[in-house]
Write a protein of this length. Structure first.
Length: 187
Protein backbone atom coordinates (compact mmCIF):
# COMPACT_ATOMS: atom_id res chain seq x y z
CA UNK A 1 0.00 0.00 0.00
CA UNK A 2 1.39 3.40 -0.90
CA UNK A 3 2.16 5.98 1.76
CA UNK A 4 -0.34 8.37 0.16
CA UNK A 5 -3.27 6.11 1.04
CA UNK A 6 -2.27 5.50 4.68
CA UNK A 7 -3.46 8.88 6.08
CA UNK A 8 -6.78 8.52 4.22
CA UNK A 9 -7.30 4.99 5.55
CA UNK A 10 -6.27 6.11 9.01
CA UNK A 11 -8.81 8.98 8.88
CA UNK A 12 -11.53 6.59 7.71
CA UNK A 13 -10.68 4.11 10.47
CA UNK A 14 -10.63 6.82 13.16
CA UNK A 15 -13.96 8.19 11.88
CA UNK A 16 -15.47 4.69 11.82
CA UNK A 17 -14.24 3.83 15.34
CA UNK A 18 -15.39 7.20 16.68
CA UNK A 19 -18.86 6.71 15.22
CA UNK A 20 -19.05 3.18 16.65
CA UNK A 21 -18.10 4.47 20.11
CA UNK A 22 -20.54 7.37 19.87
CA UNK A 23 -23.35 5.07 18.74
CA UNK A 24 -22.60 2.70 21.62
CA UNK A 25 -22.73 5.58 24.11
CA UNK A 26 -25.89 7.02 22.57
CA UNK A 27 -27.67 3.65 22.67
CA UNK A 28 -26.80 3.06 26.31
CA UNK A 29 -27.57 6.60 27.44
CA UNK A 30 -30.92 6.69 25.66
CA UNK A 31 -31.78 3.27 27.08
CA UNK A 32 -30.73 4.24 30.61
CA UNK A 33 -32.61 7.54 30.59
CA UNK A 34 -35.59 6.12 28.69
CA UNK A 35 -35.49 8.71 25.92
CA UNK A 36 -38.04 7.91 23.23
CA UNK A 37 -37.05 7.03 19.66
CA UNK A 38 -38.67 10.27 18.50
CA UNK A 39 -36.56 12.33 20.92
CA UNK A 40 -33.46 10.43 19.82
CA UNK A 41 -34.30 11.01 16.16
CA UNK A 42 -34.84 14.73 16.75
CA UNK A 43 -31.54 15.00 18.61
CA UNK A 44 -29.68 13.22 15.82
CA UNK A 45 -31.20 15.48 13.15
CA UNK A 46 -30.35 18.58 15.17
CA UNK A 47 -26.77 17.37 15.51
CA UNK A 48 -26.42 16.73 11.77
CA UNK A 49 -27.72 20.20 10.91
CA UNK A 50 -25.70 22.02 13.55
CA UNK A 51 -22.55 19.89 13.42
CA UNK A 52 -20.34 22.63 12.01
CA UNK A 53 -21.52 25.13 14.62
CA UNK A 54 -20.83 22.91 17.62
CA UNK A 55 -19.45 19.40 17.79
CA UNK A 56 -20.83 19.15 21.33
CA UNK A 57 -24.41 20.01 20.40
CA UNK A 58 -25.53 16.40 20.61
CA UNK A 59 -24.23 16.08 24.18
CA UNK A 60 -26.06 19.24 25.23
CA UNK A 61 -29.24 18.13 23.48
CA UNK A 62 -29.12 14.74 25.20
CA UNK A 63 -28.64 16.51 28.54
CA UNK A 64 -31.66 18.71 27.82
CA UNK A 65 -33.78 15.69 26.93
CA UNK A 66 -32.61 13.82 30.01
CA UNK A 67 -33.23 16.71 32.37
CA UNK A 68 -36.72 17.28 30.96
CA UNK A 69 -37.66 13.59 31.04
CA UNK A 70 -40.62 13.05 33.36
CA UNK A 71 -38.97 9.86 34.69
CA UNK A 72 -35.99 11.83 35.98
CA UNK A 73 -37.44 15.09 37.29
CA UNK A 74 -36.40 14.29 40.88
CA UNK A 75 -33.66 11.77 40.12
CA UNK A 76 -30.39 11.72 42.05
CA UNK A 77 -28.36 11.40 38.83
CA UNK A 78 -29.34 14.93 37.84
CA UNK A 79 -27.84 18.02 39.40
CA UNK A 80 -29.19 19.61 42.56
CA UNK A 81 -27.49 22.98 42.13
CA UNK A 82 -26.14 25.19 39.37
CA UNK A 83 -22.61 24.28 40.50
CA UNK A 84 -23.34 20.56 40.04
CA UNK A 85 -24.91 21.24 36.64
CA UNK A 86 -21.77 23.14 35.59
CA UNK A 87 -19.49 20.32 36.80
CA UNK A 88 -21.60 17.68 35.04
CA UNK A 89 -21.43 19.63 31.78
CA UNK A 90 -17.68 20.10 32.27
CA UNK A 91 -17.10 16.35 32.73
CA UNK A 92 -19.24 15.49 29.72
CA UNK A 93 -17.25 18.01 27.69
CA UNK A 94 -14.04 16.38 28.98
CA UNK A 95 -15.34 12.95 27.95
CA UNK A 96 -16.24 14.25 24.51
CA UNK A 97 -12.94 16.02 23.84
CA UNK A 98 -10.42 13.79 25.67
CA UNK A 99 -11.86 10.31 25.13
CA UNK A 100 -14.22 10.23 22.16
CA UNK A 101 -12.05 12.37 19.86
CA UNK A 102 -8.69 10.78 20.71
CA UNK A 103 -7.23 7.51 19.48
CA UNK A 104 -7.36 4.63 21.96
CA UNK A 105 -3.61 4.49 22.66
CA UNK A 106 -3.48 8.12 23.74
CA UNK A 107 -6.63 7.73 25.85
CA UNK A 108 -5.28 4.68 27.62
CA UNK A 109 -2.17 6.39 28.91
CA UNK A 110 -2.86 10.09 29.39
CA UNK A 111 -6.54 10.13 30.34
CA UNK A 112 -6.36 7.09 32.61
CA UNK A 113 -3.49 8.74 34.50
CA UNK A 114 -5.50 11.96 34.89
CA UNK A 115 -8.62 10.12 36.00
CA UNK A 116 -6.61 7.93 38.36
CA UNK A 117 -5.22 11.03 40.09
CA UNK A 118 -8.72 12.51 40.30
CA UNK A 119 -10.29 9.35 41.76
CA UNK A 120 -7.51 9.08 44.35
CA UNK A 121 -9.33 11.96 46.10
CA UNK A 122 -12.95 11.49 44.93
CA UNK A 123 -15.41 8.62 44.72
CA UNK A 124 -17.53 10.17 41.94
CA UNK A 125 -17.01 12.82 39.28
CA UNK A 126 -19.49 15.27 40.81
CA UNK A 127 -20.72 15.55 44.40
CA UNK A 128 -20.78 12.43 46.56
CA UNK A 129 -23.11 10.36 44.40
CA UNK A 130 -23.46 8.86 40.94
CA UNK A 131 -24.52 11.46 38.36
CA UNK A 132 -25.04 11.67 34.62
CA UNK A 133 -21.35 12.57 34.31
CA UNK A 134 -20.31 9.21 35.80
CA UNK A 135 -22.68 7.38 33.47
CA UNK A 136 -21.33 9.15 30.36
CA UNK A 137 -17.76 8.51 31.49
CA UNK A 138 -18.48 4.83 32.19
CA UNK A 139 -19.96 4.28 28.72
CA UNK A 140 -17.00 6.09 27.17
CA UNK A 141 -14.45 3.93 28.99
CA UNK A 142 -16.03 0.47 28.56
CA UNK A 143 -14.11 -0.38 25.39
CA UNK A 144 -10.85 0.90 26.88
CA UNK A 145 -11.19 -1.06 30.13
CA UNK A 146 -12.21 -4.17 28.23
CA UNK A 147 -8.81 -4.18 26.50
CA UNK A 148 -6.65 -3.29 29.53
CA UNK A 149 -4.48 -5.96 31.10
CA UNK A 150 -4.88 -6.82 34.78
CA UNK A 151 -1.56 -5.05 35.39
CA UNK A 152 -2.79 -1.84 33.75
CA UNK A 153 -6.01 -1.96 35.74
CA UNK A 154 -4.00 -2.38 38.93
CA UNK A 155 -1.66 0.45 37.93
CA UNK A 156 -4.74 2.68 37.61
CA UNK A 157 -6.29 1.36 40.81
CA UNK A 158 -8.38 4.44 41.68
CA UNK A 159 -10.11 4.81 38.33
CA UNK A 160 -10.45 1.01 38.23
CA UNK A 161 -12.20 1.06 41.62
CA UNK A 162 -14.62 3.71 40.34
CA UNK A 163 -15.22 1.84 37.06
CA UNK A 164 -15.80 -1.47 38.85
CA UNK A 165 -18.32 0.15 41.20
CA UNK A 166 -20.25 1.80 38.36
CA UNK A 167 -20.34 -1.41 36.32
CA UNK A 168 -21.68 -3.26 39.39
CA UNK A 169 -24.91 -1.26 39.08
CA UNK A 170 -27.17 -3.30 36.77
CA UNK A 171 -29.32 -0.26 35.94
CA UNK A 172 -26.19 1.42 34.55
CA UNK A 173 -24.44 -1.59 32.98
CA UNK A 174 -27.60 -2.48 31.00
CA UNK A 175 -26.39 -5.91 29.97
CA UNK A 176 -22.95 -4.79 28.81
CA UNK A 177 -20.35 -7.47 29.55
CA UNK A 178 -18.66 -7.24 32.95
CA UNK A 179 -15.03 -6.14 32.73
CA UNK A 180 -12.96 -8.45 34.92
CA UNK A 181 -10.54 -7.21 37.58
CA UNK A 182 -7.97 -9.21 39.56
CA UNK A 183 -9.16 -10.02 43.08
CA UNK A 184 -5.64 -10.34 44.45
CA UNK A 185 -2.84 -7.79 44.11
CA UNK A 186 -0.45 -8.69 41.32
CA UNK A 187 2.56 -6.84 42.72
Amino acid sequence: MSVLHQPLLQDILVHYLFNMALNFIEQNVTKYFNISNQQYSNLTKANEIQHLKSENLFVWKVLEAISSSSNLKNSDVLWSSSEEEFLIRQWIEYTNTHILHVNVGQVSSHVLNELNQFFARQSFLVANRLTIADIFMYYSLISIFKDLSFQSKEKHQHVSRWFNFVQSLPQVRLGNPVVMFSKTPLY
